[in-house]
Design a protein around this ligand. Structure first.
Ligand code: ADP
Length: 446
């Protein structure tokens, strides 16, 4: 549902609302969460010192480690009995962290996801194939409730069991689907294996997120499924998916639902706030949460706020794609590289597929990066046998030539030299519906 009162309120009104909500939130955590009271006191501040929105930057960041230190319920701003739902993050970067919701928090989650699904193209009455994982992960249940709220017929298929997913897509004919982008490709391949083409695939909209992806990957998914694919972003610490979402008619950045989640972009190294347009770490404050509001949560996600006018009449700011996590950043011979930058180069080669894996190893003192990528089925048919052999392809062979080309293009665009290994289709790990780990770190601990 499009909520014009919220989504296109005049910017001045939005800023005033944010300040009011921010101050109320600061007061609540100051009164009720010892961790935050201490944070204010350390800075010699009280919530009354937040007179303008930029004043927020005087407070320190809340980090994942703070959640772990207060595991499981130490950051609650309400009595534990008022919690109606508990989720935990998947622990992409270590031990899981626990997040809690009151009834009002679940209602908020439902509202922002309903907004998101509407922006993605979802409408009342559509069949919604929800292939996000159900369980402790926020993805499945979050999108589920939002889909019901919008009035869609939600199919809670969850992740995995791809063949069964394909059967249900054939039988129920969903117009909209939600999953990770890597799993969307797996589903597309499985549909093709059963003889489908965009003409016979019913899906018109795909709402994809939970892991980084690129424009090139979007183009590939849209072409294979014959649909419009949009980005949904979120993290459990703030609420789950539905912190921001792209508009299907615009596809140019994801609207942050700023009436609830206040965004800042800060410098990766210094933590200083950066102006709109510059790339840095996204920091979010969940102003209207009851159970576990967080002030200045360091997401670790690298993005920027897109400056300038948008095409949808919304007053909220858009964020660009996530280039990666601050902690996913590879430093290759001194150059900062995000996996998605490598992906963007790989998908410019029609001979390659979008399935790739990056391995970090250490030879002597230096880190070595190898990018393994599966070739496309078509290309495999022309050079198959050579690829099946392990080891380096013979110099001068087609495969050798192509991997050199890929290596050069990566060097030219990203600025680093990596080893490129082409492998046969189906050789690399696939998403099972959850997040796909793109980087394998084989370096011994220093
Ligand atoms: P975990 O930290 O265990 O992965 P979550 O399941 O809450 O916990 O995942 C949140 C993280 O997933 C985000 O901080 C971000 O790194 C990633 N993510 C979520 N949505 C997107 C998206 N649309 N694009 C890129 N990354 C995303």
């Amino acid at each position: 549902m499009f909520n014009p009162t919220a989504e296109s309120m005049p910017v001045e009104k939005l800023r005033a609302l944010q300040l009011e909500r921010l101050r109320a939130c600061a007061r609540r955590v100051y009164e009720r969460v010892p961790f935050y009271r201490q944070r204010f006191e350390e800075r010699g501040m009280t919530p009354d010192d937040l007179r303008t929105l930029p004043d927020l930057a005087r407070l320190p960041f809340t980090r994942k480690s703070d959640l772990r230190d207060h595991y499981p319920f130490g950051l609650l701003a309400v009595p534990r009995e008022d919690v109606v739902r508990i989720h935990a993050s998947s622990g992409t970067t270590g031990k899981p962290t626990v997040v809690c919701y009151t009834e009002a928090d679940v209602a908020l989650f439902t509202e922002v996801v309903a907004r998101s699904l509407y922006a993605a193209g979802g409408r009342r009455g559509m069949i919604f194939h929800n292939a996000y994982g159900y369980g402790l992960f926020t993805g499945g249940l979050g999108t589920h409730y939002g889909g019901e709220r919008l009035g869609m017929s939600v199919v809670p298929i969850s992740g995995g069991m791809t063949e069964r997913q394909v059967t249900l897509i054939e039988d129920f004919r969903p117009e909209i689907i939600a999953c990770t982008p890597s799993y969307a490709l797996v589903l597309a391949e499985a549909l093709y294996a059963r003889g489908h083409s965009p003409k016979t695939i019913p899906i018109r909209y795909a709402v994809l997120g939970a892991e980084p992806w690129t424009e090139a990957m979007r183009a590939q998914i849209e072409e294979m499924l014959g649909c419009k694919a949009t980005n949904i972003y979120g993290l459990s610490e703030i609420i789950g998916p539905g912190v921001s979402q792209e508009d299907a008619n615009e596809q140019n950045g994801s609207y942050i639902w700023e009436d609830h989640f206040y965004p800042e972009i800060v410098d990766v190294e210094t933590g200083e706030p950066l102006p709109d347009g510059e790339w840095g770490v996204l920091v979010l404050t969940s102003m209207t949460r009851e159970a576990m509001p967080l002030l200045r949560y360091w997401t670790g996600d690298i993005t920027r706020l897109i400056p300038g006018e948008n095409a949808t009449g919304r007053s909220m700011r858009r964020m660009d794609i996530i280039r990666g996590r601050a902690d996913d950043m590879l430093i290759v011979r001194g150059v900062n590289v995000y996996p998605t930058q490598l992906e963007a180069v790989l998908v410019t080669f029609p001979q390659l597929s979008a399935h790739y894996q990056i391995t970090l190893a250490r030879a002597g003192l230096l880190d070595d990066v190898t990018v393994a990528v599966e070739v496309s089925e078509g290309y495999f048919k022309t050079v198959g046998p050579e690829l099946l052999e392990e080891g380096t392809p013979p110099a001068g062979s087609a495969v050798d030539g192509l991997s050199r080309q890929v290596q050069h293009r990566i060097k030219d665009t990203v600025g680093v030299t990596v080893a490129v290994r082409l492998v046969a289709p189906g050789r690399l790990p696939r998403s099972q519906g959850g997040k796909l780990r793109r980087v394998v770190d084989e370096r011994p601990a220093r």
